[in-house]
Every structure is written in C-alpha cells, then in structure tokens.
Ligand binder design. Structure first.
Ligand code: NDP
Length: 253
C-alpha cells in the first residue's frame, strides 16, 4: 500500500503508465499524472482516480525536449502548491518512453537521438531534479524492457536505451541507499498498448506469436506491470533495491 504517499508517474496518461497511476492511487497515493501531448487522456485518468475516491492531478512536459525535466518539476511545484501540498513526493515512476523500430542498418541518427532523449536523458534528469523534492525512504521505479535480456534485432536502438536504464538503476540504488530510497526497474514483455498497436492490434498472427513468446501463453496487459510496480512502491519492498524485475510473463525462457 502507498497510503498518504505522493507519486509522480511519467507518461501516466496512457498504456502502462495509466495502469500504474490507477494502481498507486488505489493503494492510497496522491498521483501526479504526467503527459506529453494528450491532455485529454491524462484528465481522463485523473477523473477515473477521483471517481474511485482517490487523489490525482495532471502535469504536462515534453520529455523529447532537453528542458522537459525542468518543465515537469515546475508543473509539479505549481500544481502541488495550488493543492496546499508541501511540494514533496515519495514515489517516482520513470515510465514515459518510445520505441523506434528498425534493425541497425535502418536506424536514422536523428530518430535514435530523439529516442535517447526520451528514454534515457529525460528519466536521468527528471530523477536528478526530483531528488531535492523526494522524501527519504522513497521509491524510484524505472520502466525498462525485456528487450535487454532477449535479443530483438528490430528494436536494437531501443534495447540500447533500456540497457542504459538498467545500469542507471543499479548505480543510483547504491548512491541513494544512505537516504533509504530504493531504486528498481521493471522489465515488461510485450504489452498490449498503443506502443505496439501498429503491428499487434488486429493482426491475429502477430497476437499469436506474441502470446507464444510468453511461458504463460498470452500477451501482457498494462495491469500485469502495474501490479509489480505497486509492490515496488510499497513498504513491503523495502529490502529490494538495485534490481531489474522481469515482468515478461516468462518470455523466451
Ligand atoms: P504508450 O505509447 O502506450 O504510452 C506512452 C506514454 O509516454 C504516454 O503517456 C505518453 O504521453 C508518454 N510520452 C511519450 N513520449 C513522450 C514525450 N516526448 N514527452 C512526454 N511524454 C511522452 O507506451 P507504453 O505504455 O507501452 O510504454 C510505457 C513504458 O513501458 C515505456 O518506457 C516503454 O518503453 C516500456 N515498455 C513497453 C512495452 C510494451 O510492450 N508496451 C514493453 C517493454 C517496455 P502523451 O501521449 O501525452 O505524449
């Protein structure tokens, strides 16, 4: 449970991030639902949380922009002040991310750089700028990918960004140990979200092969990942830090 805690979920407006925002709110946290472009989607998640009796507010920042991390915290500071909060938080979930598809020969440098900013630079600096606002004893949870363990040649640039997240998680966990802040990553397998819509949705053959990749025989859902994040955000996970938790449904075992 995360009763009385404040959580910030990047990319909390859709997909896995939305499921995480709903889970943490259901567990009692006040949730800052961050989004990039889709304000309506973020407001819908805020409304869902409020309808269920929870607390949430939306914050905007473009994390493809190098000024995005500072903009995210400026929005957080403003909204939390408006709500009479103390401007502190306990749980940070670095979830926002993009996938640029293509084998190495097809990789465009500008697209690679954009992906690097959203998937690595932004979570790094969102975390850095958040540290002065984060309560000791808090939680940082980074969303990695099963693609750091499983060689998926058509998302090689993406896999490299998530490998960076795993190394960041390990090293930051040691650095923040004295503050009793735990840092872990969750590595999802193939999850049915907009990120995979172009190749997965409405394609029976792709659905079947994605399901067969998992030992459990189905495509993952956002809530599968949110449950793991819920545990890592809770007091129950206090003795776990510096780990990458595989949440791929046993893919490619
Ligand atoms: P979605 O595409 O469904 O959602 C992405 C979220 O990130 C949205 O809330 C979006 O907000 C936000 N976002 C994207 N780009 C930016 C940006 N430039 N600035 C700010 N926010 C941005 O993705 P998923 O839910 O599928 O993925 C979430 C995380 O899980 C990612 O880190 C992804 O790499 C990881 N993951 C996903 C897997 C999958 O199979 N789906 C598997 C393994 C890992 P907005 O729409 O407002 O821009």
């Amino acid at each position: 449970m995360s009763e009385g805690k404040v959580a910030v979920v990047t990319g909390g407006s859709r997909g896995i991030g939305a499921a995480i925002a709903l889970k943490l709110a259901a567990d009692g946290a006040t949730v800052a639902v961050h989004y990039g472009r889709d304000a309506a989607a973020a407001e819908e998640i805020v409304k869902k949380i409020e309808h269920a009796g929870g607390n949430a507010f939306a914050i905007q920042a473009d994390l493809a922009d190098t000024e995005g991390p500072a903009a995210l915290w400026a929005a957080f500071d403003e909204k939390s002040r408006e709500r009479g909060m103390d401007g502190k938080f306990d749980i940070l979930v670095n979830n926002a991310g993009v996938t640029v598809r293509g084998v190495i020969e097809e990789t465009d440098p500008a697209e690679f750089d954009r992906q690097l900013v959203i998937n690595v630079r932004s979570p790094f600096f969102v975390t850095k700028l958040g540290l002065e606002r984060q309560n000791d004893g808090g939680r940082i949870i980074n969303i990695s990918s099963g693609a750091t363990r499983i060689a998926l040649t058509d998302i090689i640039g993406y896999s490299a960004t998530k490998g960076a997240i795993d190394a960041f998680t390990l090293t930051l966990a040691k650095h923040l140990g004295p503050r009793k802040i735990t840092v872990n990553a969750v590595a999802p397998g193939i999850i049915d979200t907009d990120l995979n819509a172009a190749w997965l949705r409405g394609n029976d053959a792709a659905q079947q092969s994605a399901a067969e990749l998992s030992a459990l025989g189905r495509v993952g859902q956002p809530s599968d990942v949110a449950e793991v994040v819920g545990f890592l955000a809770s007091d129950a996970s206090g003795w776990v830090t510096g780990q990458v938790i595989d949440a791929t449904g046993g893919s490619a075992l």
